[in-house]
Design a protein around this ligand. Structure first.
Ligand SMILES: C[S@@+](CC[C@H](N)C(=O)[O-])C[C@H]1O[C@@H](n2cnc3c(N)ncnc32)[C@H](O)[C@@H]1O
Length: 256
């Protein structure tokens, strides 16, 4: 469990584009790092290559377009960053290995994974360590996830039904979703409780209702009267109904 008095959530990212992650130094996330809520370490995958060209890719068995990332540099990088050499873990159940020294969760972004959701962000914000493995080319040799899953929890996740050129942007998205849930990250502690995808008391995870600020009338458009009434129960009822209408319009799957 992380928190203001607890150890920071440690996040390692293994990538061929370390510079991409300078974006994690700005805004609230940058402040959270300065304040010690989150400890982000970025590693260059090419440090675990052995040839003079620092090669990380090769053509896929069976043919097909594009290149794949080779398993050797990824395997060595994950062993060193996440800990737990393969021979130590061989033949042992994940629970036994986890019992010895809790291994980090390995997150591999891929469009062919299950969808990353707010529930994942909530769960992973409770972890002590996360390791992210964003790929380039057509992805990583499938044995890397299979091998790592023998000694640590592995999550192959997609951030949406589209294909990016690389996993770096997906990792930034996930880190931001997770880090903003850490205690002390946001000034207003209520924000994460009342927003989209967060289950309410009845268990429904709706989209958030439309929101308004001053002025009460702008370009002929008026803020709904009830929001100006000061009647908190009526405001809560209006927000609940508006959230249901919006969810039905944009994300009917959430109502199922
Ligand atoms: C060009 S994509 C590879 C696409 C892969 N050949 C496929 O069709 O599923 C290269 C990398 O970008 C990242 N990526 C692309 N789209 C993503 C998405 N929707 N969610 C998470 N990661 C994604 C992954 O790291 C992926 O391995």
């Amino acid at each position: 469990m992380t928190g203001a008095d607890a150890a920071p959530l440690r996040i390692d990212v293994i990538t061929i584009f370390p510079a991409y992650f300078s974006v994690l130094e700005v805004s609230l996330l940058g402040k959270a790092r300065e304040r010690g809520l989150v400890d982000v370490r970025v590693h260059d995958l090419r440090n675990w290559t052995e040839d003079v060209h620092r090669t990380v890719d090769d053509s896929p068995y069976g043919g097909g377009p594009g290149m794949l990332m080779r398993p050797e540099p990824w395997g060595k990088a994950i062993d060193e960053v996440a800990g737990g050499a393969p021979q130590e873990a061989e033949g042992r159940a994940l629970d036994d290995v986890a019992g010895a020294s809790s291994p980090p969760r390995l997150v591999i972004p891929t469009p062919s994974g299950r969808l990353f959701t707010q529930q994942d962000a909530v769960a992973w914000a409770q972890d002590e360590r996360l390791v992210f493995a964003p790929a380039r080319y057509e992805g990583i040799d499938a044995r890397v996830a299979a091998d790592a899953s023998r000694r640590m929890p592995v999550e192959e996740v997609s951030i949406g039904d589209y294909v990016l050129a690389g996993g770096e942007a997906a990792v930034v998205v996930m880190i931001e979703a997770i880090a903003r849930l850490l205690p002390g990250f946001m000034g207003n502690a209520e924000s994460p409780v009342t927003e989209s995808f967060t289950p309410d008391a009845g268990g429904a995870a709706l989209l958030e209702a439309p929101a308004y600020t001053r002025p009460a009338s702008w370009r002929g458009l008026d803020v709904p009267e009830v929001l100006l009434s000061g009647d908190h129960a009526a405001v809560a009822r209006w927000r609940e109904e508006a959230a249901r209408r919006r969810t039905a319009q944009y994300r009917p799957d959430l109502l199922d």
